[in-house]
Design a protein around this ligand. Structure first.
Ligand code: 4AD
Ligand code: MG
Length: 433
């Protein structure tokens, strides 16, 4: 096997050696006898220095063809140079142009509008800022797996094509042979419940789909959700798991992605405060607080984005809003024995105006009550036969939650809109690129 090409991030191990870097040109400048090209390879950047008097004329001439995003192999001696972008330089001895790039490359070093950038997302991904965001997203994804693996949870991959089950929001459908319509999964939870009865503690991590006609900064039509489900956990256990989980994700980013948070100019002081226990407030109390602060919410309504922002403004760390009215939440949540108008559930709201990142609940484990709720909501009992069976054969106390990955990444990065934290966002008016 050939030697792997050195990555720019590892250049400090190659000082004094002549190596070949493969990458793309992000910046060029020339001052007659000396010319510079900054090369990006996805792991970092390095400045390649071309000195006319030290190069064969054809290599010096080739420098002129280096436009923005030309792909190249550059050979040269690695030198430590603290003043250079990336802290290293390549004293160039050879240059091969792999893929030329016409001068009309869409993304130029100037301000572009968000719609233009999203139309050119396939190129916009190449910026430093986007790289920082995706390093943080990747850190969070890895931390999620590490957290659950260390606690002995099994990861279960649940189906994307389903027969009309899930949450209340809109469904995407597609024809499915002779079986009628199939619907893209809005949640893996119900399958997760079946798996929890088999394996105890599980989590799902997959794409979920909602045909919601909402054009807000926190709604995508395709997003990624992590859904743990735990046998024998009640609602209080469920919230303890959530606060440990969210705190761990934040801590991992602070520990391992400090440079990327700095690149995004994220104020990390509010993140340092994200530690258990989170605040806990009952829905009924939350409504009173909100009314005092001028919201027009009345008992029975779900909290809107503005209500959530108003509520979290008084807290220095995430807050659980607990036990919502039945009519505001999904059919599968367990009735609260202390107030049957409400269910045993929580939404975890992130501070700094972000709001809901998690929806969780204890599940209705009583067969008759669940059947009653399915009928009350006018859901097709047929499609839920297997789900009811879980209550018929060895029912069990169990709870779980769903954490929205993009909302969590946007909050930790301190970004206003979740479309920036997914590589190719899907929204009501966006299906390309
Ligand atoms: O509150 P939701 O709808 O809960 C469920 O789907 C449950 N089945 C979870 C469970 O108990 N296993 O969604 C959970 C989270 C929300 O808190 C939010 O972070 C995210 O998923 N989410 C969205 N993220 C982006 N775009 C959307 N349209 C979203 N809808 C929900
Ligand atoms: Mg919710």
């Amino acid at each position: 096997m050939a030697d792997p090409t050195p990555r720019i991030v590892d250049l400090s191990q190659h000082v004094g050696k002549t190596i070949t870097v493969r990458g793309w040109v992000t910046h060029v400048r020339s001052s007659g006898k000396v010319a510079f090209a900054v090369i990006r390879d996805g792991t970092g950047i390095v400045q390649a220095v071309f000195v006319k008097t030290q190069l064969p004329p054809e290599v010096w001439e080739r420098f002129k063809d280096l436009t923005l995003e030309t792909s190249v192999h550059v050979t040269g001696e690695v030198r430590a140079e603290p003043r250079a972008p990336g802290s290293h330089e390549l004293g160039v001895t050879g240059l091969t142009i792999i893929g030329p790039s016409p001068i009309d490359y869409p993304i130029q070093p100037k301000e572009h509008g968000i719609d233009f950038l999203l139309d050119n997302r396939h190129f916009w991904l190449r910026s430093n800022r986007v790289r920082a965001i995706f390093s943080i997203r990747n850190e969070i994804e890895q931390a999620i797996h590490d957290f659950f693996y260390a606690r002995g949870f099994l990861r279960i991959d649940t189906p994307i094509l389903t027969a009309a089950i899930g949450e209340r929001s809109g469904l995407f459908s597609t024809e499915y042979f002779d079986e009628g319509n199939a619907y893209l999964a809005q949640t893996g939870q119900l399958y997760g419940e079946a798996a929890a009865a088999a394996f105890g503690s599980i989590y799902t991590f997959g794409p979920t789909f909602r045909a919601e006609k909402s054009k807000t900064r926190r709604h995508l039509t395709e997003f990624w959700m992590i859904e743990p489900e735990v046998a024998w956990n009640d609602s209080a256990d469920n919230m303890r798991l959530q606060e440990d989980f969210v705190s761990y994700l934040v801590e991992r980013c602070l520990e391992r992605r400090a440079a990327e948070l700095r690149e995004l100019e994220r104020d990390t002081a509010p993140l340092e405060r994200v530690k258990p226990p989170f605040h806990r407030v009952n829905y009924t109390e939350a409504v009173e607080i909100l009314q005092k602060r001028g919201s027009s919410i009345t008992w029975g309504d779900d909290l809107g984005a503005e209500d959530e922002a108003l509520l979290v403004s008084e807290y220095d760390r995430p807050v659980f809003v607990m036990n919502y009215p039945k009519e505001a939440k999904a059919f599968y949540m367990k009735e609260n024995p202390e107030d049957p108008r409400t269910v045993l559930c929580d939404d975890c709201l992130a501070p700094e105006g972000y709001g809901e990142i998690i929806g969780g609940s204890q599940r209705e484990d009583d067969y008759d009550r669940l059947l009653h709720r399915i009928n009350e909501e006018g859901l097709p009992v047929d499609a839920y036969g297997w789900y009811l069976d879980l209550r018929k054969y060895g029912t069990f106390v169990h709870s779980g939650f769903g954490l929205g990955l993009e909302r969590t990444v946007a909050w930790i990065c301190g970004l206003p809109h979740i479309r920036e934290v997914i590589a190719f966002p899907r929204m009501m008016h966006r299906l390309k690129p």
